[in-house]
Write a protein that binds this ligand. Structure first.
Ligand SMILES: [Zn+2]
Length: 260
């Protein structure tokens, strides 16, 4: 199997300040592990550039993109909430991270590789159309899904989000759309940020039935994940029959991660 890795050291330059949990060390740890296990040399390292504005605007309001760029240029330290820390380069690095996701889609959709792993930051799944939330500036996975639909002729796209937090931005962008299935496993919203992602949220209008929230109680182990993947996630994907699959791979459900 040919697997691409989309990564660039410039992702480390998104400076969130001292003590912030979303820090460059997250990516350094993954790179070190890939190198020490020898996986690094077996991956196809593909080049990419920043996403163009048209692609980002499929998900985000132009006024938000402008506001983020201005906040960075003016030297502000966060946008919309204190969680979403920024530095002067954050808007351009976020655009570059979106570009990594789009390049991953291009590589898989054209058959260049079988799978693509995007190792990028800042993260994206909390970002709403016109607002940053929870460390997230641009919603890369939503933009990637729109790109697959618009540029590669995908008719049905499934997004599985296994981050420990609910992917509110992704859900809200697609919740009224029948052609995108959004599945999220996360710690129960009554006990965890951002407080959305109840099982009762199943999609609206034309998208009714294409949102599947699977909230889990705190403290569940691998067995809980295996069960929910086997009994709920996989059957839902098979029933939907997507021709493209995207995964929001947040690793903060790991038992040693202090966030949840
Ligand atoms: Zn998370």
């Amino acid at each position: 199997m040919r697997v691409a890795l989309l990564h660039d050291p410039r992702f480390l330059g998104h400076d969130t300040g001292p003590g912030h949990p979303e820090r460059a060390g997250r990516l350094r740890a993954v790179v070190e592990r890939l190198r020490s296990t020898g996986l690094w040399d077996r991956l196809e390292h593909l080049p990419f550039g920043p996403a163009d504005r048209e692609a980002v605007e499929r998900v985000h309001q132009p006024a938000y993109i402008d506001r983020l760029e201005r906040a960075c240029a003016e030297g502000q330290r966060h946008i919309d909430c204190v969680d979403s820390a920024i530095c002067a380069d954050s808007a351009s690095i976020a655009r570059f991270a979106t570009g990594a996701a789009l390049a991953g889609v291009d590589a898989v959709a054209t058959g260049m590789v079988d799978r693509a792993f995007v190792l990028a930051r800042p993260p994206g799944h909390h970002a709403e159309r016109g607002e940053s939330m929870g460390f997230c500036l641009f919603n890369h996975v939503a933009i990637a899904a729109e790109h697959w639909l618009a540029e590669h002729g995908a008719r049905r796209v499934a997004i599985v989000d296994f981050d420990v937090h609910h992917g509110n931005g992704t859900q809200h962008h697609f919740e009224d759309r029948a052609e995108v299935l959004f599945i999220s496993t996360h710690q129960h919203p009554a006990t965890c940020y951002p407080g959305t992602g109840h099982a009762e949220e199943t999609g609206i209008a034309a998208g009714a039935g294409t949102t599947l929230n699977l909230p889990l109680m705190p403290g569940g182990g691998d067995g809980v994940y295996a069960e929910v993947m086997d009994e709920q996630v996989m059957p839902a994907i098979k029933k939907f029959k997507p021709d493209a699959l995207l995964i929001s791979a947040g690793f903060d459900a790991a038992s040693d991660d202090p966030l949840a």
